[in-house]
Design a binder for this molecule. Structure first.
Ligand SMILES: [Fe+2]
Length: 254
């Protein structure tokens, strides 16, 4: 299965006084065109989709996402407003219509896709409360033999000096690690939030953080040239090889 991942687009309305409003829209537009050429089976979006969680920003986001050909599955980031996100994507059957959490399982592929909601309104840091812990454990217990990809906004692990996010309660991140460690079918956990790329082994699986699509908030990439191009990830997952990930650089930004 081939999965494209985008994250941290931080979309603004065109009327915004923010100098990067047009730039961020261009970054996403060009990325969508490039993803269409790769023809992935699915696209996952690991949050911070818009900058302020406002309905006008979600309307702009929907316009930009419209040309995307593959099915899109998204989870909220700390910049998202879950009520507004739910309203803007009300046609997406996978999003729960009620309840506090925008988490779900996609069963349409050989690999199960599990979107995890690590957000709480007004909270910048990650949360993974006992309700969510029980949901994920139960979800993974249901099909222990199918390869499974997890995706979540906040990485539940330390990624170095300039990671100012983290989890409000570190024991919640530990609980997530304990659950993943118990379920060997988890082929990987895909994250956003920190705006720079990281990959390593964590809790017995492969962990990936992708850089922000919005190049003006990107960190951790020294080459000026790379900073000027959107980057998304292509993940190939199979029973035989597990998770293989590739960074894709998008050309065409003015
Ligand atoms: Fe972000």
């Amino acid at each position: 299965m081939l999965v494209a991942q985008i994250s941290d687009t931080h979309i603004l309305v065109p009327e915004s006084a923010h100098s990067a409003a047009q730039l961020r829209s261009d970054c996403l537009r060009l990325t969508i065109a490039d993803i269409n050429e790769q023809q992935p089976d699915a696209v996952i979006f690991t949050g911070d989709t818009v900058q302020h969680g406002e309905p006008e920003e979600y309307a702009r986001l929907r316009d930009l996402l419209a040309p995307l050909e593959a099915p899109l599955y998204l989870v909220p980031g700390n910049r998202d407003d879950k009520r507004e996100m739910r309203a803007a994507f009300s046609d997406c059957a996978f999003l729960p219509k009620t309840g506090d959490f925008l988490h779900y399982v996609i069963e349409d592929y050989e690999t199960r896709l599990v979107g995890i909601d690590s957000t709480l309104a007004g909270e910048r840091k990650g949360r993974f409360c006992k309700i969510r812990q029980a949901w994920l454990d139960t979800t993974l217990r249901a099909q222990p033999d199918r390869p499974t990809l997890l995706f979540i906004h906040h990485p539940p692990f330390d990624v170095g000096d300039h990671y100012v996010g983290g989890y409000r309660h570190p024991e919640e991140a530990t609980a997530l690690a304990d659950i993943v460690r118990r379920h060997s079918q988890v082929a990987g956990i895909l994250c956003g939030h920190v705006h720079w790329p990281v990959e390593f082994d964590w809790a017995g699986t492969a962990a990936r953080i992708m850089p922000s699509i919005a190049v003006d908030v990107r960190k951790g990439i020294d080459e000026t040239e790379a900073r000027e191009r959107p980057i998304y990830m292509l993940h190939r997952v199979s029973r035989a090889t597990g998770l293989a990930s590739q960074a894709m650089t998008v050309e065409g930004l003015a």
